[in-house]
Design a protein around this ligand. Structure first.
Ligand code: GDP
Ligand code: IMO
Ligand code: MG
Length: 426
């Protein structure tokens, strides 16, 4: 019996999908616990590339059970498009994917509200993915939401009531919109969704544990986008942190085993909000170009910068990370020197390595500089091949973060993944 969690430690897009796929053979079940189609998780293997949004990244490995948990928000239209594309490419889903009846539904009007709220914010826009995430979680918390289980009883009435409520708000915002196409696709999605096993997933999950099965929980977004601990208000609307797996699946905290924290060898952010180590120079452009840093969902250019150990240390603390995973080190393969932010200088001149309440204004990152490894690592298969400077970078990060880096990713493909400390147990 074990429940392990894999989650992002930065501002999302750390490479969660790739590593969940790599780790899936070691588990019986893979479960998503929060977020929705704001996520874009990319997997590459056998020359194919897939982007998953609501479907867990365990779907490509054998006959594992995949779960969309109660903490997820689901858009039936986008789910149908995603699932049908997978089925068309030969990946059967219906007997391997179960969906919580308690997951909340993203309505067409939630998407319109998302756009309307953003439009009303002017310069203070969050830069959301426009998928209706905030309004759906708002309705969940204010006890106005529709859940997957509602499809089975008196759905039409519940939908009409929610829609009327949303339309009132849109009217008060003077927002003009056209619902017709969105609504048509959405209702087709609803019919499609009914073909899946809609379950009380907390019972299923705890049943798996009783049978001695192991579960890998897949996070979406990242710790710095968490609604409580992220760079509020420039965050998403769910708990992306370790504790989110407990509430988003119905797993008790004492069942949690390993917490895999995943980060890039540098840092990116998409959308608005503070980003202390952001680079506005050619180094930033170089990282963006080499890392192909464009959003998997919206295609937006990701902002790029050096690794931020103040924010990372904070994430490791909040999540109780037991194993670290470093991604995209290959992007830095050609750099003469690598910088890492180890502290912030605040507006009042004070230095701190504790993540402060407000990182919005006047924070200056304090860097240490390390020598680059200047070696193409993309074909390496073992840590024995690592250049000395790369090992020094890993040791420096481990010392700063106090947690071992167990996996290093040197390219987007499933095969470009190197495990370290393999002689130790796990
Ligand atoms: P996720 O949302 O955390 O699953 O991450 P995304 O899929 O949004 O973004 C990660 C991107 O980096 C994807 O395009 C991956 O294919 C790619 N990627 C993952 N690991 C590596 C790596 O080690 N090196 C390189 N160059 N690309 C990687
Ligand atoms: P994955 O799972 C990166 C960002 C948006 C915006 C903020 C709020 O692929 O790592 P939302 O639509 O959630 O209300 O937007 O959060 N954001 C992400 N950034 N990766 C993601 O997911 C994200 N999901 C949301 O850009 O700044
Ligand atoms: Mg992503």
């Amino acid at each position: 019996m074990k429940v392990d969690i894999l989650l992002g430690l930065q501002w999302g897009d750390e490479g969660k999908g790739k590593v969940v796929d790599v780790l899936t053979p070691r588990y019986d079940v893979v479960a998503r616990f929060q977020g929705g189609p704001n996520a874009g998780h990319t997997l590459e293997f056998e020359g194919q590339k897939y982007v998953l949004r609501s479907i867990p990244s365990g779907i490509f490995q054998g006959d594992k059970t995949n779960v969309i948990g109660n903490g997820v928000v689901l858009d039936p239209a986008l789910f149908k498009a995603e699932a049908e594309a997978l089925e068309a490419s030969g990946h059967n889903l219906k007997d391997r994917l179960i969906i919580s009846k308690k997951a909340h539904l993203i309505l067409p009007t939630h998407r319109i509200l998302d756009a309307a709220y953003e439009a009303s914010k002017g310069d203070a826009k969050v830069g959301t993915t426009g998928k209706g995430i905030g309004p759906t979680y708002t309705d969940k918390v204010s006890r106005n939401g529709l859940r997957v289980g509602d499809l089975l009883h008196g759905f039409e009435q519940k939908y009409a009531k929610a829609k009327a409520y949303h339309e009132q708000i849109l009217k008060s915002l003077n927002y003009t919109y056209d619902l017709s196409t969105l609504e048509k696709d959405w209702f087709e999605g609803i019919e499609y969704l009914k073909q899946f096993r809609l379950v009380d997933s907390e019972h299923e999950i705890n049943g798996f544990l009783k049978e001695g099965k192991s579960i890998l929980c897949e996070g979406a977004q990242g710790t710095m986008l968490d609604i409580d601990f992220g760079s509020y208000p420039f965050v998403t609307s769910s708990n992306t942190i370790c504790a989110g797996a407990c509430t988003g699946l119905g797993v008790a905290p004492n069942k949690i085993g390993e917490v895999y924290g995943i980060f890039k060898a540098y840092c990116t952010r998409v959308g608005a909000g503070p980003f202390p180590t952001e680079l506005f120079d050619e180094t930033g452009e170089k990282i963006c170009a080499l890392g192909h840093e464009y959003g998997a969902v919206t295609g937006r250019k990701r902002r790029c910068g050096w690794i931020d150990l103040v924010a990372l240390k904070y994430a490791v603390m909040i999540d109780g990370v037991t194993k670290l995973i470093m991604m995209k080190s290959d992007v830095l393969d050609g750099f003469d020197t690598i910088k890492a932010c180890v502290a912030y200088r605040l507006k009042n001149g004070e230095e701190t390595d504790q993540f402060p309440f407000d990182i919005a204004e006047g924070i200056e990152p304090i860097y240490v500089e390390l020598p680059g490894w200047k070696t193409d690592m993309t074909h390496m298969t073992s840590e024995d091949e690592f250049p000395e400077e790369f090992n020094a970078y890993l040791s420096f990060l481990e010392e700063q973060l106090g947690v071992p880096i167990k996996i290093v990713s040197v390219g987007p493909d499933r095969e470009q993944t190197i495990e370290r400390y393999t002689d130790e147990e796990n």
